[in-house]
Design a protein around this ligand. Structure first.
Ligand code: FES
Ligand code: FES
Length: 152
């Protein structure tokens, strides 16, 4: 066990963990941050999608040792203060969620896409690999376009 410190959603945290413990386990089991969901644990379903130094990651396949002294953002840290992030607002406006399980990961993937590509095409949106068992893909596409129009 070693000690790892990183910035999580704007605050400094330190955890004692094995170097190879996946960040998702650290977030959910050690730090009580449950927005990133556990689906497959092997980097495929993308329910856990979060950001490391502003870029999309799947924390189920990122060892905590790789996050030392870096910045981790989960869905809990996306909004600035009490207001919703523009992508979250677009999600609400388009009533995207069904069961909701995949949605934190979907929103974090969409936010990362809009950062890379502020005006995404349908092909750009379809390249998002996050799985939704409820099939909300059409509303996800609508919400991403709405967020892009609002500068999200
Ligand atoms: S839990 Fe499926 S990609 Fe992380
Ligand atoms: S809203 Fe149910 S899995 Fe996506």
């Amino acid at each position: 066990m070693r000690s790892y410190s990183f910035t999580l959603n704007g605050r400094q945290v330190t955890v004692q963990a094995p170097a190879d413990m996946p960040l998702l386990w650290v977030l959910r089991d050690l730090l009580g941050v449950t927005g990133p969901k556990y689906g497959c644990g092997v980097g495929v379903c993308r329910a856990c999608t979060s950001h490391l130094d502003g870029a999309e990651i799947q924390p189920c396949v990122v060892p905590v040792a790789d996050c030392a002294n870096r910045t981790v953002t989960t869905i809990e840290g996306l909004a600035d203060g009490d207001g919703l992030h523009p992508v979250q607002q677009a999600w609400m406006d388009c009533d995207v969620a069904q069961c909701g399980f995949c949605q934190p990961g979907q929103i974090m993937a969409a936010t990362a896409l809009l950062k890379r590509t502020p005006r995404p095409t349908d092909a750009d949106i379809d390249a998002i690999e996050n799985i939704c068992r409820c099939g909300t893909y059409a509303r996800i596409r609508e919400a991403i376009k709405k967020a892009a129009e609002s500068g999200g």
